[in-house]
Design a protein around this ligand. Structure first.
Ligand code: 1HE
Length: 260
């Protein structure tokens, strides 16, 4: 199914089996993120289609996303700026803490808000031409889409600060070493790997996937004692689920598990 041909849309959504691929579709603008693009992400991740078990995020035309659409940026009162940023936070949370595991295919520009969106995804694959950058300092602004929390956590506050102060670029292998990407692959190998990983992840027990996506980064935010207690609750709930019954039975019967 593809509904990207709908007039005026800035994303294309293709669903094959239980995997949805969302393509940012403003190649002329290097997929810069305007309010419409944010709203389309919001609509998809607020209510993922029934039967979809994993999603892939990518950009059309060789770039993932060149960040905030600077052409649509207009003067805002401080309070309006806060609302704008909070809306990005809400939509990024829908991606990170939603129902679907999300794999991003990172090509070309993964800049500013593009890196903020990428950092909300659970698996990140970088192609050789990728360019990770936080150029907000050069634009006279500050990150507002969650980078201080998500990118800061991936690469550390110290390195993020240096990255912003100097506006430097990191490529695929550096991104891999730093944790901005989990995989560094050859040209055009990102989408095939994303499909393979999406299949693998979608075949996991749904409740296990859900706990991985919801619990791990939340537990990191907790004091040690609360984190360990929360982990025990998650472990106990998963171990008494139907998924655990099937997973353990399949292991003993020497066959692949079938969870859905
Ligand atoms: C854009 C944008 C954009 C390209 N907003 N229009 N993001 C940035 O600071 C990144 C700004 N963009 C770039 O550095 C470069 O465009 C790229 C490295 C991404 C690509 O370079 P290139 O040579 O392939 O393309 P180009 O000729 O620079 O751009 C092609 C067109 O896309 C051009 O428009 P045209 O009408 O002249 O053809 C560009 O203006 C347009 N374009 N990027 C608007 N970002 C929640 S807060 C987040 C804060 C941020 O994200 S700050 C970082 C913003």
């Amino acid at each position: 199914m593809a509904d990207g041909s709908q007039q005026g849309k800035v994303t294309r959504i293709d669903i094959e089996g239980d995997i949805a691929t969302i393509t940012f579709d403003r190649p002329d603008k290097r997929n810069a993120m305007n309010d419409k693009l944010v709203a389309e992400l919001d609509a998809f991740f607020s209510a993922p289609p029934e039967g979809v078990n994993a999603a892939i995020l990518r950009g059309a035309g060789g770039h993932f996303c060149a960040g905030l659409d600077l052409a649509e940026h207009e003067h805002r009162e401080p309070i309006e700026g806060v609302f704008h940023s909070r809306n990005w936070h809400r939509v990024s949370d829908l991606i990170e803490f939603g129902r679907l595991p999300v794999i991003s295919v990172l090509t070309g520009a993964v800049i500013g808000g593009g890196l903020e969106i990428a950092a909300s995804t659970h698996v990140r694959i970088a192609e050789p031409d990728v360019r990770f950058q936080l150029p907000e300092g050069r634009r006279g602004i500050f990150v507002g889409g969650g980078a201080t929390v998500r990118v800061g956590r991936l690469i550390g506050a110290d390195r993020m600060r240096e990255m912003m102060l100097t506006g430097r670029n990191y490529g695929a292998d550096e991104g891999l070493a730093l944790g901005l990407a989990h995989y560094s692959v050859g040209k055009d190998e990102g989408l095939p790997l994303a499909r393979e990983l999406a299949r693998k992840i979608a075949d996991n027990a749904p409740f296990s996937n859900y706990l991985m996506m919801q619990a791990i980064s939340r537990i990191q935010d907790m004091p040690r004692s609360e984190g360990l207690f929360t982990e025990s609750l998650a472990a106990a709930m998963s171990q008494t689920s139907d998924g655990a019954k099937e997973g353990l039975r399949a292991f003993l019967e020497k066959r692949p598990p079938k969870f859905r």
